[in-house]
Design a protein around this ligand. Structure first.
Ligand code: PMP
Length: 328
């Protein structure tokens, strides 16, 4: 769909995958007025296809648009485009375990001009790609690197929206993490560099205690981390499984001390791509430490199974999270 100031959004149309033609002075290329989303369609046991909570992605993208001085795509337009694309790609939605169709909606400023001001023309696009199992050899804990040189998001910035610039600014720290032998970067707060915020593309949970009585802590949404849809869903699922869930600030020192005295038994990250991944080794200038024994924890795996069961339609959808795609 295309937006022109004064005329509003056109309806999205279905076209074959092809290059976009952009003017060399396209605003998004210079000033990064660019936001995106990530969501998945899952084949259901009855042969239908369901997208997981697309209304949440529509709402998050619309909030991001406001922050980036862009016109929001109306939720109906977002959902209609997702439906039409999934329906057209129905034969491509894989049916194996952990197989999905990944959807990537995005919105770009396409007005050609040089100068720093909000553009008056935008493009809204959704592309799709089959996504295989994130862990082809089974779920394994990832190692993480605490970023002490770089900051992802500062108060008043854009940390709570999915804008392209956040990811551009994170690449060097991710490279540092890889160079240090880790899989992922973990971001700290900008002000004190003391509190854990999130991973490169996932939110974090800490498991205090063990078994059914374990309590979960996840960093509160201070405005500098992304409000993940998986995070929000897992808070509900964990509470239903009997866990207390607290959203609050959580420091690296509390994490380290909890692991040392055995009160923190598991840590996991969550997001659309991997759903849930256990966190094992933590690399930090102030000293490394390792959560758990190198195998995924019981609470982590129970939550993972429960959420995947909902997404794949293996249990009843009690929350209305499944958006069944119907033919246009
Ligand atoms: N944090 C960041 C920075 C992300 O890019 C993502 C992926 N969208 C997440 C968290 C997890 O969000 P969600 O559960 O909505 O995929």
């Amino acid at each position: 769909a295309r937006y022109v100031a004064g005329r509003g959004w056109t309806e999205a149309t279905l076209t074959g995958y092809a290059p976009l033609q952009l003017d060399p002075s396209t605003a998004a290329l210079h000033y990064a007025q660019s936001i995106f989303e990530g969501l998945k369609a899952y084949a259901q046991p009855d042969g239908s296809v369901a997208v997981f909570r697309p209304e949440q992605n529509a709402a998050r993208m619309a909030r991001g648009a406001v922050r980036m001085a862009m016109p929001p795509v109306p939720a109906e337009g977002f959902l209609a485009a997702v439906d039409a694309l999934v329906d057209a790609d129905r034969d491509w939605v894989p049916t194996g375990p952990d197989q999905t169709l990944y959807l990537r909606p995005y919105q770009l400023a396409v007005e050609p001009f040089l100068g720093v001001r909000p553009a008056s023309e935008y493009l809204f696009v959704v592309i799709a790609s089959p996504a295989g199992a994130y862990f082809p050899r089974g779920v394994q804990p990832v190692s993480v690197y605490l970023s002490e040189d770089y900051i992802r998001a500062a108060p008043g910035g854009t940390g709570d929206v999915k804008c392209a610039g956040n990811y551009a600014a994170s690449l060097l720290a991710q490279e540092q993490a890889i160079a240090a032998g880790c899989d992922q970067v973990v971001w700290l707060d900008a002000t004190e560099k003391k509190y854990v915020e999130e991973m490169g593309g996932m939110n974090l949970f800490f498991v205090l205690g063990a078994g059914a009585d374990a309590e979960l802590v996840t960093p509160e949404l201070t405005g500098t981390l992304l409000p993940g849809i998986t995070r929000e869903s897992l808070i509900t699922v964990a509470q239903e499984l009997g866990h207390r869930v607290t959203e609050r600030r959580f420091s690296v020192e509390e994490w380290r001390a909890g692991v040392a005295d055995g009160s923190i038994t598991e840590t996991f990250a969550c997001g659309t791509a991997a759903v849930i991944t256990p966190v094992g080794h933590v690399k930090a200038r102030t000293g490394d430490f390792t959560v758990g024994d190198g195998t995924p924890g019981a609470v982590t795996m129970a939550l993972r199974e429960r959420l995947l069961d909902i997404q794949h339609g293996r249990v009843a959808d009690e929350h209305g999270w499944q958006h069944t795609v119907t033919a246009a």
